[in-house]
Design a protein around this ligand. Structure first.
Ligand code: PMP
Length: 456
């Protein structure tokens, strides 16, 4: 298809409804058309080479265009492009992948249910938690506790479980969901130490459980670190306290590892990094490095044993649950991650990236904090370094910075005034230097622009 950029943009604006997009604004501006990618770089239809600081959308862990994944997909498509798992049937890639995932979790999760998106994996967790309590003879335990700024996908249940108010307004408010505060020390911690604030934020869970009655709570659903909410990394005191509270009230704990799973935090799972002992986990993105859609709900023995022994028929599933091509690609992807030591690489390269950013930006008047773990992190833009003050919402400072990144062939995402990043694990030292230089340049341009606009 040899269209010009303008023709692509016109067709795009006429027919393609994008996810999480103001369509009117986009149509006026025109989309950037991404046409190919290799390693940590993307190219657009004007042949600009763009450094992908977001690994697609937190997913391209092994980098773009890896020939082994192309080969795995081709081989599986030629052999068996699709068969379902409904008819008392299964395909070798799905079986092998379920067993491989169980092994990677150290057999903490011995059962795996496949879906296509992170949202579907989360939906599966929500219904499985409720089903569990019904089987236990406590059908009133229906409420799912999530968190402010939590993101669990965009299905009706996923958006209800998440803590994004704008999504609730459009999707409607489902009963059976409630949200507690986020462990966002930088934004909400005020004068408390991170440790004290972490404890306080965790204790909000206990308060909510007591307020609603433990006999009505199915479980607590949370990301190990809150990715789309702005890479909110909880203080060290947070997770142990959450764990204690869940145990005390016998509440199921579900870790949404859609971003963290398979190495992003420098360990195989975010639960390893933050020492979370969850009953259920959702994974997606890094499972296939985003080459094909695949997600999974991982089920620990506490839930799986009951579901299998007393659950009868499980009325849940998708046409593509355990899609053989997706599972074959996932197996090849996990092979690459293991063979090339990419989990360890995420840890070491992440440290170098943060050190580089801090060295370059720590004294920058616009930068309040650089934080991260493994290869996921954030740069807070601030109106006042000392008080960690945010800009007014309508100043759109994060979006201005994102635009400067984009115009200068570099991708970071803006969440409010927080710039977030999650590059591929294969990013090398030279590319880290390039990342730091481009991030600093975009922040300098943003600073100049907001000074001109009288916002500082
Ligand atoms: N959970 C988390 C933690 C996520 O970050 C996301 C996506 N960013 C989802 C769920 C939803 O995944 P998907 O977009 O594949 O439905």
């Amino acid at each position: 298809m040899t269209y010009t950029t303008k023709q692509w943009q016109a067709m795009d604006a006429a027919h393609f409804l994008h996810p999480f997009t103001d369509h009117k604004a986009l149509a006026e501006q025109g989309s950037r058309i991404i046409t190919r990618a290799k390693g940590v770089y993307l190219w657009d239809s004007e042949n600009h080479k763009i450094l992908d600081g977001m690994a697609g959308l937190w997913c391209a862990s092994v980098g773009h265009g890896h020939p082994e994944l192309v080969e795995a997909a081709t081989k599986q498509m030629s052999e068996l492009s699709f068969y379902n798992a409904f008819f008392k049937t299964a395909t070798p890639p799905a079986i092998a992948l379920a067993s491989r995932i169980a092994e990677l979790t150290g057999q903490r999760f011995r059962h795996v249910f496949f879906a296509c998106s992170g949202s579907e994996a989360v939906d599966s967790i929500i219904r499985t938690m409720r089903h569990y309590w019904t089987l236990k003879g406590e059908p009133n335990r229906q409420i799912i506790i999530g968190r402010q700024y939590g993101y669990h996908g965009s299905t009706i249940a996923g958006s209800a479980a998440g803590g994004m108010e704008d999504m609730h307004k459009q999707a409607g408010h489902l009963p059976g969901f409630t949200h507690i505060t986020a462990p966002y020390w930088y934004g909400l911690g005020g004068g408390l130490t991170p440790e004290d604030f972490g404890l306080q934020a965790a204790q909000a869970l206990e308060e909510r459980i007591l307020e609603l009655g433990p006999e009505n709570i199915a479980g607590f659903l949370a990301e190990p670190l809150q990715g789309a909410g702005g890479v909110i990394i909880p203080p060290a005191t947070y997770w142990p306290e959450i764990q204690r509270i869940c145990r005390k009230y016998d509440i199921l704990l579900a870790a949404d590892e859609v971003i963290c799973g398979f190495g992003r935090t420098g360990r195989w799972f975010g639960s390893d990094t933050f020492r979370i002992e969850a009953d259920l986990m959702s994974v997606a993105k890094g499972l296939t490095s985003g080459y094909v859609p695949l997600s999974a709900m991982l089920v620990g023995d506490r839930v799986a044993d009951l579901l299998i022994s007393e659950g009868g028929e499980y009325y849940h599933g998708f046409t593509y649950s355990g899609h053989p091509v997706s599972c074959a690609v996932a197996l090849a992807n996990l092979d690459i991650i293991e063979r090339d030591g990419l989990v360890e690489k995420a840890a070491t390269q992440g440290e170098k990236l943060r050190a580089g950013l801090r060295e370059r930006l720590a004294d920058h008047p616009l930068v309040g904090e650089v934080r991260g773990v493994g290869l996921v992190g954030a740069i807070e833009l601030t109106a006042d370094k000392r008080t960690r003050a945010f800009f007014p919402d309508d100043a759109d400072v994060g979006m201005r910075c994102r635009n400067h990144c984009f115009q200068n062939d570099f991708i970071m995402r803006a969440v409010r005034d927080t710039m977030v990043f999650a590059p591929p694990f294969i990013i090398d030292d030279e590319q880290i230097e390039e990342f730091v230089a481009r991030a600093a340049h975009a922040i300098d341009l943003t600073y100049a622009e907001i000074k001109d606009a009288g916002l500082l």
